[in-house]
Design a protein around this ligand. Structure first.
Ligand SMILES: [Zn+2]
Ligand SMILES: [Zn+2]
Length: 397
């Protein structure tokens, strides 16, 4: 490669023509424009390295971390980084902040953190690379200050902030422990799912049982809505929402708090109810989704409430499947009747024989109520038949 007639614009020494052969006249060196520094001007190596700055590093870096949850402040927001220790966070922040000259090829670097005190880490960084065929290296030390603060979310949680309340109630009764426990689980799950997608504004502020149910305070209306919908999906019932103006934010926008009132159905699976205006016998409730469905404890036949009745047919509750008491089968009379011992008086009584009654059984669970004595299905059908239990009222087959 021959030397061109280009000269270093600073010292006047001849410089090798780096663009020889590519036919670009702009690269000949004569296109140098002093008003456009760097524009095609080729300095000689001596002048180039005089100005060369390999690594551009800030004097110091401050990392804002949340002392409660460990989130790191980046840009203008808090980010969950899941860091166990702040050294990793500090290394990451330093690598973001350091700049390396664009001309350098084969850049490699390593960093040695030096913990100075609880909140200061000194980062010793070593860089190597190649520019203009010359190996270059540089060492910089950047002190990183860890500033412990409280992130927006932790501040809100500490301040009992909430945007929405979900009220878990039931029609004509108090929600069961199972329903309330499930509501708490759903609330935690909805929040966990949203957190998993990186949503930092999802949290449960408070869950508190009240006389007639459970109140769940959550950070956004969206979460409240999800919990309420999931509850009625699982248990049936209805949800109504109502907005209340609570305040205006800093920008003068009206801030509403939304209450989601969940009303669970009056009867739950496992309830034994006596329908008014119906002489088909008491019904063991199987499902309260849509129209109430169940099994007649007199015959074992299926029952379904009409569309108008929905999940609340006119009825009274007699007891629950779990209230059943094991009693002795005295005799099987015929296909419609069986004799059992009254669990209170120990007198043999003839009662209706439902089709789930097992003629081989020595004892059966019975419910004694205002409506009389009735044979119930085995509440724990796992004992006996392995898979498909024909006596299981919850079995849809
Ligand atoms: Zn020069
Ligand atoms: Zn926090």
């Amino acid at each position: 490669m021959s030397e061109s007639r280009a000269f270093c614009p600073r010292c006047g020494d001849p410089v090798p023509d780096r663009s020889a052969g590519d036919g670009d006249p702009a690269a000949s060196g004569h296109a140098a424009d002093p008003l456009r520094p760097g524009a095609e001007v080729e300095l000689c190596d001596a002048c180039y390295f005089e100005d060369f700055d390999f690594v551009d590093a800030p004097d110091r870096i401050q990392v804002r971390v949340c002392a409660q949850c460990g989130a790191v402040h980046r840009g203008n927001r808090w980010v969950d980084v899941g860091a166990q220790d702040y050294t990793d966070v500090a290394i990451e922040e330093v690598s973001e902040a350091l700049g390396v000259h664009v001309d350098v090829a084969d850049v490699a670097w390593q960093v040695e953190p030096e913990q100075v005190d609880e909140n200061t880490i000194r980062m010793h960084c070593y860089f190597t690379g190649v520019v203009r065929g010359t190996p270059v290296e540089e060492q910089v030390t950047v002190p990183v200050k860890i500033a412990r603060q409280t992130c927006t979310r932790c501040g809100r949680i500490a301040g009992d902030y909430y945007a929405s309340i979900v009220q878990i109630r039931a029609d004509g009764r108090t929600p069961t422990t199972e329903e309330m426990d499930r509501a708490k689980e759903i609330a935690n799950q909805v929040v966990a799912d949203m957190e998993a997608t990186g949503d930092r504004n999802a949290f449960v502020t408070e869950m508190g049982e009240v006389d007639d149910g459970l109140n769940i305070k959550v950070s956004t209306n969206k979460i409240g809505k999800k919990i309420a919908n999931k509850m009625i999906q699982e248990f049936g019932g209805t949800v109504n929402d109502a907005e209340t103006l609570v305040t205006e934010d800093e920008d003068g926008n009206e801030v509403y708090r939304v209450t989601f009132a969940v009303r669970l159905p009056p009867y739950t699976p496992g309830d034994v109810i006596d329908l008014r205006n119906d002489d088909g016998g008491p019904v063991l409730v199987r499902s309260a989704h849509g129209n109430l469905k169940g099994t007649r404890v007199t015959t074992g036949e299926r029952y379904e409430a009409s569309h108008e009745e929905g999940n609340s047919p006119d009825a009274r509750k007699l007891g629950e499947l779990e209230d059943g008491v094991e009693t002795t089968v005295v005799a099987v009379e015929d296909e419609n009747a069986v004799q059992v011992l009254d669990p209170e008086t120990y007198q043999a009584k003839t009662v209706a024989r439902p089709d789930y009654f097992d003629p081989e059984a020595e004892t059966v669970p019975v419910l004694k109520s205002r409506a009389g004595l009735h044979v119930l299905p085995d509440p724990d059908p796992d004992t006996g038949d392995e898979d498909d239990d024909p006596y299981d009222p919850y079995d849809d087959d």
